[in-house]
Design a binder for this molecule. Sequence first.
Ligand code: THU
Length: 142
Amino acid sequence: MSPDALLDRAREAAAHAYAPYSTFPVGCALLLQDGSVVTGCNVENASYGLSMCAERGAISRMIIETGANRPPSDDSAPPRPKIVLAAIAGLKAAPCYPCGACRQVLHEFDCGAIVVEDNETKGPVVIDFADLLPHAFGPADL
Ligand code: THU
């Protein structure tokens, strides 16, 4: 799937956001190594700090859909899913970059790059993940 098409999936997901407090809907679409796509949207809460970002919502769904939730001691566990490309779209802001917490969580699943919208053209801007979170700490560092 092209970065542009993935960005469209993120925009569609943003339309499902529950964001009554910020009124800032965000959608995320993750392209996985097997070619599948999983999406998520932000879900806010009256206790503001409990609000969940679109990226982490999508990652939760990725874990369910890939069956990667078994403990590492289980030999039959499938490999940790890998994110080839993560698209993020905010309906009120372009580009909408992932927050710091979401960058760290995307790194856990080897995110290779992100795609966000260009401010003027709304076209895709692909950014290498190493430029987004340099010197990152991850599973390989334990
Ligand atoms: N938000 C995301 O969903 N992803 C990000 O990476 C940045 C922020 C959401 C959280 C909150 O619901 C709203 O955007 C305003 O911060």
